[in-house]
Design a protein around this ligand. Structure first.
Ligand SMILES: CC(C)(COP(=O)(O)OP(=O)(O)OC[C@H]1O[C@@H](n2cnc3c(N)ncnc32)[C@H](O)[C@@H]1OP(=O)(O)O)[C@@H](O)C(=O)NCCC(=O)NCCS
Length: 191
């Protein structure tokens, strides 16, 4: 879903300024009671890499209905937000039969902690939660130039199902990626 502000090459220099993870991170599922504590930090983390930040209603749309599909990585000592993944799961009826489709809407890790498996851990948690919710497939869009995201998702088994030309407002194209969770999903999901 997200449209990034800069190209991957712009990000490369900041990506080199990694610092080691501060011990074992805490990974937690989002709950509505955490909104006032974490929603501002979630918005700040995700907005950093977006050219057009989403309104608070977009976040609430996902978090109020599918908070159980949102996972956060927290600093072990001060509980500050290091990473987040936000998803939804709903029937997709343009196929026959309809499919229960998971969607990874937003994913971000604080720049200084990238390259250490945080996003991989968060996406795996989201995938497991959507499998528990009986998803047939999981889809997402990512900018074609977003090499870290493309590598991460393809390493986890996502396939490129479609190229979306000039998908983002900045004119960049995207790939739709799909993770097929059920044998039967292979018949209908590649659109
Ligand atoms: C894309 C993004 C979420 C990746 O986050 P990340 O935490 O750096 O991702 P990971 O660390 O899990 O994976 C990145 C690399 O670290 C490596 N890695 C994984 N576990 C590791 C570990 N324990 N120690 C060291 N490296 C590790 C992975 O192999 C991967 O390398 P590769 O892809 O070159 O093979 C992050 O770059 C980001 O927030 N970007 C801006 C927002 C964005 O683009 N979101 C995606 C929109 S679709």
């Amino acid at each position: 879903m997200s449209e990034r502000k800069d190209s991957w090459s712009d990000k490369k220099s900041s990506a080199n300024q990694h610092i080691a993870l501060p011990g074992k991170l805490r990974y937690i599922q989002y709950q509505h009671s955490l909104e006032s504590q974490y929603l501002p930090a979630i918005r700040a983390l995700i907005s950093k890499d977006l050219s057009e930040p989403y309104s608070i209603y977009v976040y609430r749309y996902f978090l109020c209905q599918w908070g159980h599909l949102c996972f956060m990585a927290l600093h072990p000592t001060d509980s500050s937000l290091i990473g987040v993944v936000i998803c939804k799961l709903e029937m997709h009826s343009s196929h026959s039969p309809p499919t229960l489709r998971g969607y990874i809407a937003m994913l971000a890790v604080s720049a200084e902690y990238r390259g250490q498996g945080v996003a991989t851990a968060l996406v795996k948690m989201a995938i497991d939660a959507m499998i528990k919710g009986n998803a047939d497939e999981i889809v997402l869009e990512t900018e074609e130039t977003n090499i870290p995201a493309m590598r991460l998702y393809e390493r986890l088994g996502f396939l490129r199902s479609k190229k979306l030309h000039r998908y983002y407002l900045n004119g960049n194209s995207a790939y739709r990626l799909v993770l097929l969770l059920k044998e039967s999903a292979t018949d209908f999901c590649l659109d």
